[in-house]
Design a protein around this ligand. Structure first.
Ligand SMILES: NC(=O)c1ccc[n+]([C@@H]2O[C@H](COP(=O)([O-])OP(=O)(O)OC[C@H]3O[C@@H](n4cnc5c(N)ncnc54)[C@H](O)[C@@H]3O)[C@@H](O)[C@H]2O)c1
Ligand SMILES: N[C@H](CO)Cc1c[nH]c[nH+]1
Ligand SMILES: [Zn+2]
Length: 434
């Protein structure tokens, strides 16, 4: 992929199509392994969890009771968390909670002209399961982003599964569980954790909805249990699109692009600018910063590996391209970000103005950082309180309401050749007219 694309070049559409089509599929091998693991957990329950945990996480547990991380173990693990990290996590949780409380929808009920009382009611799923990836890939912030909305929605039982490779766990993950009100934590990972949450074992009671990111085995397992339980989404590699004019600090923009690139070697970081010289300055700043990064998949990499600069004629064209990209994260570093945001309608999350780096949204802003990737922002949204709620419709007829609309129901039932349907209405109408 060339680093620079220009919409006025004749080859632009072809290069842009290549950018859009970059995606990752799970291999059929992974799916076959996952199918076997799920079947084994369904048949052998906790015994299968113990064996798979020993095999994949190199952790031999003495008995099934130790699959659960006890409150005392959590207390011990979080005791030494430095105050600054504890306070930052607490501030993040409070801000995420306050934001998600605003999302709570209202029940509705009204009586229409026929006299029918109609409406709907929201209620939380009874139990939710949250998968937290293990090892270095585990983010305490992601625990908050999943667990807090579940609790705000009113989920009464929230169970977390997290692999503990070689018995190790990030204490901040446990602290985030504690702060956000998680009820149970299990040291189980991979497809076996998803199977246990979906089907239940003697130790892990089944849940109704599973959320949370994970590797290819976790993603394949979530796909397979969907239907038995609800799932949030299958999160792909991170993406960021920055639209910036020349009135920006190239180094700030370079760091924003790198902030998502460092999540994953398949992450994508794009800059759209109406000023070619500014685009060049950002590309140079990226290369410079890359030399100084010590850790992660992009240390030592080149900008060419994960990003591109697209030079456009004007911001109108930038908005059009942005809508075709439908990025997970969209930063608008332009003079009037609000005006531009009204034109950029397909994006998971929008960050307005040069003082709103995307990293604020990852941790502390308040909105959720679990967002649609791989262009799915065209038709879906980030995780929210709504993911843990369902809507039940309500209808109540009076005799007059049944007299008014019942005959039409009976007519439609007859036209669909559903005799009992029609009779269930007509029997009541007969009684009312007697
Ligand atoms: N999108 C996000 O917000 C986000 C956040 C954090 C992590 N992630 C992603 O989560 C993933 C974390 O991956 P991870 O592997 O470190 O942790 P993980 O917890 O997702 O997976 C570990 C588990 O995978 C299973 N596994 C590993 N090899 C296996 C094999 N050969 N056969 C069957 N099962 C096997 C094991 O059960 C192991 O416990 C990464 O892909 C990362 O990008 C995404
Ligand atoms: N940007 C990631 C996916 O949107 C979430 C994250 C967690 N920690 C830091 N960032
Ligand atoms: Zn991030």
């Amino acid at each position: 992929m060339p680093v620079f694309l220009d919409t006025s070049d004749s080859t632009f559409e072809q290069s842009f199509a290549t950018l859009l089509s970059a995606k990752r599929e799970d291999s059929p091998d992974v799916d076959a392994i996952v199918a076997e693991i799920i079947a084994d957990v369904r048949t052998r329950g906790d015994q299968s969890l113990l064996e798979l945990t020993a095999k994949f996480d190199r952790l031999s547990l003495p008995d099934t009771a130790s699959l659960r991380i006890t409150e005392a173990e959590i207390d011990a693990a979080i005791a030494d968390v430095p105050a600054a990290e504890r306070e930052a996590l607490e501030l993040a949780a409070a801000r995420i909670r306050a934001y998600h409380e605003q999302q709570l929808p209202e029940d509705k009920s009204w009586t229409d002209a026929a006299g029918a009382t109609l409406g709907w009611r929201w209620s939380a799923v009874s139990a939710a399961g949250l998968y937290v990836p293990g090892g270095l890939a585990s983010y305490p912030s992601s625990v908050l982003m999943n667990a807090v909305p579940a609790k705000v929605a009113g989920v009464s039982r929230l169970a977390v599964t997290v692999p503990t490779p070689d018995g190790e766990i990030n204490p901040l993950v446990l602290l985030a569980c504690r702060i956000s009100g998680v009820d149970e934590v299990y040291r189980v990972g991979g497809a076996q954790a998803i199977a246990a949450l979906a089907y239940g074992t003697d130790t892990i009671a089944p849940v109704d909805k599973i959320t949370g990111p994970g590797n290819a085995f976790v993603a394949a397992a979530k796909r397979r249990v969907f239907g038995k339980v609800g799932i949030d989404m299958i999160a792909g590699p991170s993406e960021i699109l920055v639209i910036a004019d020349a009135d920006n600090n190239p180094d700030w923009i370079a760091l924003d692009l790198l902030s998502q690139a460092e999540h994953d070697e398949s992450a994508q970081s794009l800059l759209i600018t109406d000023n070619a010289a500014f685009g060049q300055a950002v590309a140079e700043a990226v290369e410079h910063r890359l030399k100084t990064l010590q850790r992660g998949p992009i240390a030592g990499a080149s900008w060419r590996d994960f990003g591109a600069v697209i030079v456009v004629r004007d911001l109108e064209e930038a908005a059009e391209l942005s809508n075709r990209i439908a990025p997970e994260h969209l930063e608008l570093c332009v003079a009037d970000p609000t005006a531009l945001s009204q034109k950029t309608i397909h994006a998971g999350a929008i960050f307005l103005g040069q003082f709103t780096p995307e990293a604020i949204g990852d941790y502390i802003g308040g909105p959720n950082h679990v967002l649609p990737t791989a262009r799915s922002a065209r038709f879906s949204s980030g995780l929210s309180v709504m993911d843990f709620l369902k809507r039940t419709t309500l209808s109540q007829m009076t005799p007059d309401a049944l007299r008014a609309i019942g005959p039409a129901a009976a007519t439609l039932a007859t036209s669909e050749r559903l005799e009992a349907h029609g009779l269930s209405v007509l029997a009541r109408l007969d009684a009312l007219n007697r």
